[in-house]
Design a protein around this ligand. Structure first.
Ligand code: GZL
Ligand code: ZN
Length: 323
């Protein structure tokens, strides 16, 4: 008899228990549609991880994440799907700066705020963007060029320039800084400008093709790589062709400061690392929080970034790195 009573009591408890849950309105999740460029670099993978860590159910979000595989048309169709699904916010890491006006007009008409992360877009109507969380890419480039001016002064130097994805804000800023440096220093010679598209494979291939055209290896003083994955590809191609990357040979400059690149830098294979911080999730989430609270966020949020020389790369520093 006692057993029956216990079973009945347990049954009653679970019944009221699940009834209580049913009675509590399911905590309204904030639905965020997120369009990511792709997975072209270590930086991009770390950026995705940072965003996913922030927009979780525990923190009150339902994240609809779409990877555009490096194609703007995939980003535009993802944004249109987010509008149809009537998400609460759209977060875009835009691949390039142009071609966004109409789809962002559609988002505005639907009353869905758009937050840009990382790169920016070039639109007529600034009100299409609620806020941007990213970096000063032109400033990053200027840090690299300042190091070149300090290191080489008016010495004649021969430079190979490997650009990032053409039209990306990060490529435009880093390229502008170098081109200004070339205009300022007539003893600097630009040997080649290659479109590395931020990938290791493409940079390896282009650097190898470039070097293969010479019967005798040309003197190269600096290879200016617009991200670390390009630097990995360029270093492999240079070393295969008998070049030394280091203080006695080619000075490789790179952007992002991923852990693998910092290790190359500690060995001296990369002369200068300009940090570009991918951990933009917390800032992006704080913008949505402020919009949820009815506040007007800043137009631009910039992350702090530094530069690293071989001597800076200690075990302590490496221990603090998150990507
Ligand atoms: C920079 C970002 C760039 C990184 C590359 O914020 O746009 O794109 O520097 C990435 O690694 O591919
Ligand atoms: Zn940056």
């Amino acid at each position: 008899m006692k057993k029956v009573l216990c079973v009945l009591l347990a049954l009653l408890l679970t019944m009221t228990g699940c009834a209580r849950q049913a009675a509590e309105p399911e905590e309204e999740l904030i639905v965020v549609g997120m369009s990511q460029v792709g997975a072209e670099s270590d930086w991009r993978v770390a950026n995705t991880e940072s965003m996913r860590r922030e927009f979780t159910e525990e923190k009150g979000y339902r994240l609809l994440f779409e990877d555009a595989r490096q194609k703007q048309e995939n980003q535009i169709s993802a944004i249109r799907r987010f509008i149809q699904q009537r998400v609460d916010y759209i977060v875009v890491m835009p691949i390039g700066e142009t071609g966004w006006d109409s789809v962002l007009q559609e988002a505005k008409k639907a009353g869905i705020p758009v937050i840009l992360v990382d790169r920016t877009v070039d639109v007529e109507d600034e009100s299409l963007i609620a806020a941007r969380v990213g970096a000063d890419f032109y400033g990053e480039g200027r840090k690299a060029v300042a190091w070149m001016e300090q290191t080489f002064g008016a010495e004649p130097i021969r430079i190979v320039h490997i650009q990032g994805t053409l039209g990306a804000t990060s490529q435009l800023g880093r390229t502008a800084a170098l081109e200004e440096g070339l205009a300022r220093n007539e003893s600097w010679e630009l040997l080649a400008q290659l479109d590395g598209d931020y990938t290791q494979a493409k940079s390896y291939e282009l650097m190898s093709d470039y070097l293969s055209q010479f019967p005798v290896r040309p003197k190269i003083d600096v290879v200016y790589c617009e991200n670390d994955n390009e630097a990995y590809g360029a270093i492999e191609a240079l070393e295969e062709n008998g070049y030394i990357c280091g203080p006695e040979g080619v000075a490789v400059i790179s952007f992002d400061a991923a852990i693998d690149a910092l290790l190359y830098c500690r060995e001296g294979k990369i002369a200068l690392e300009v940090e570009c911080n991918p951990l933009l999730g917390p800032l992006a989430e704080s913008v949505i929080r402020s919009l949820e609270a009815g506040q007007t966020p800043e137009k631009n949020y910039y992350v702090d970034e530094q530069v690293f020389l071989p001597g800076d790369i200690t075990d302590e520093l490496l221990g603090t790195r998150e990507y």
